[in-house]
Design a protein around this ligand. Structure first.
Ligand SMILES: Cc1cc2nc3c(=O)[nH]c(=O)nc-3n(C[C@H](O)[C@H](O)[C@H](O)COP(=O)(O)OP(=O)(O)OC[C@H]3O[C@@H](n4cnc5c(N)ncnc54)[C@H](O)[C@@H]3O)c2cc1C
Length: 347
């Protein structure tokens, strides 16, 4: 590992200042489990991926830590650890998708130090990208080695010049829950819906989110579930639940249904595309219909849209089956408890 300078700011404003001053050479660092223990240790650099020589430590910033129910949302600080998200009573009760997915991430050791911000911004999974000997398009090189190489874990949907998959379980569920990101910089702050937050290689090969180098994710905001909303989450990984690993395919569903008829909601797939994949075609095929009756035809939309490569067609089968299983599990669950009895907000 090359040397770097560690900055320990005492406020978010100071952290934003440091990012602004050091530009593309600076990165915020949470638990460091991806940035330091992966990208920097393994020297994953390239023309489009300079070595981060200034790390801005955000874990001690109390402003960025904790979970609180606000007027119209629950706010989760970007520095909150995954273990705190998984064990939060308020999330378990009203946003079980989020608590369950956080509890499924990696190992207890990684969840103890890994943060929400770090999980959402961890760099993609693709063994060509993560191998320093391949100067791939994602690092500023000319080609995507996955196209002709061993692409068993790569994208089956929406790949474009680059076939990474988005690795974050939290990203998948936050999109299903229609969450927003509060982002800060020296020049102010903005709120971006997760619908627009993640960007794929079709928009920018070198970035995975709309964050500029001088910006920092401060907080995630999740709205309360609508009445009669049913949530379910599951992921398939190669080694099985006992040994922690990334999703080959995951599905998060938040379905609002009355008498079994789809009234709204979202279904999102993880591990299949460069960004969390909202299955809009599936949602449209279920909209206004009895969900159980319409499900087989809706699930088939995934196969219609998928563009598997030589070694990863099995992921289409997995995605179809997991999607069906998760939607049925959601319908069999209790509707989500709302975080406060009065829809206008907490008493
Ligand atoms: C063996 C193993 C298994 C894993 N399995 C899973 C899994 O099943 N599911 C899953 O989702 N993940 C999995 N992970 C990834 C793991 O969850 C991440 O490494 C961890 O969440 C990153 O958090 P961190 O705080 O350590 O991030 P860091 O390493 O500190 O940062 C990661 C990236 O996020 C950026 N960043 C950090 N905080 C912010 C912020 N506030 N604003 C903007 N950018 C920020 C950093 O600059 C860096 O680029 C696994 C990792 C390992 C090693």
């Amino acid at each position: 590992m090359r040397s770097f300078q560690l900055h320990i700011p005492s406020s978010v404003a100071e952290a934003a200042d440091l990012l602004s001053t050091h530009g593309t050479e600076a990165r915020p660092v949470g638990g460091g489990t991806d940035l330091v223990a992966g990208i920097m240790r393994d020297q994953i650099v390239g023309r489009g991926m300079p070595y981060p020589s200034h790390l801005v430590d955000i874990v001690n910033l109390t402003e960025l830590s904790g979970i609180s129910v606000q007027g119209d949302h629950v706010a989760i600080g970007a520095g909150t650890t995954l273990v705190d998200v998984g064990e939060s009573a308020v999330l378990q009760r009203s946003w079980p998708l989020l608590a369950e997915a956080a509890g499924d991430v990696a190992s207890p050791e990684i969840r103890a130090v890994g943060t929400v911000g770090g999980n959402l911004h961890q760099r993609p999974r693709c063994w060509f990208f993560r191998n320093k000997d391949f100067d791939c398009a994602k690092k500023g090189g000319d080609i995507c080695f996955a196209v002709k190489g061993d692409n068993r874990y790569n994208a089956i949907l929406d790949g474009h010049l680059c076939f990474i998959v988005h690795p974050s379980d939290l990203a998948t569920v936050l999109l299903a829950l229609d969450a927003q990101a509060r982002v800060v910089s020296r020049s102010g702050e903005r709120v971006v819906p997760f619908d627009e937050y993640f960007i794929g290689p079709d928009k920018d090969l070198l970035r995975e989110s709309v964050l500029r180098p001088d910006e920092l994710l401060a907080e995630v905001r999740v709205p309360p579930p609508a009445p009669n909303t049913y949530q379910a989450w599951a992921k398939i990984n190669e080694k099985g639940a006992a040994t922690w690993d990334f999703a080959i395919v995951s599905v998060a569903a938040a379905i609002t249904a009355v008498d079994g008829v789809w009234r709204g909601g979202r279904i999102v797939l993880g591990g299949v595309a460069p960004v969390p994949y909202r299955a809009i075609a599936v949602e449209e095929a279920l909209s206004g219909r009895n969900v159980r009756a319409a499900l087989p035809a809706a699930v088939a939309e995934v196969r219609r849209l998928a563009r598997p490569m030589r070694h990863n067609a099995y992921k289409v089968d997995l995605a179809e089956h997991l999607l069906e299983r998760v939607v049925l599990a959601a319908l069999d669950s209790e509707p989500t408890a709302r975080p406060w009895p009065d829809p206008a907000g907490p008493p």
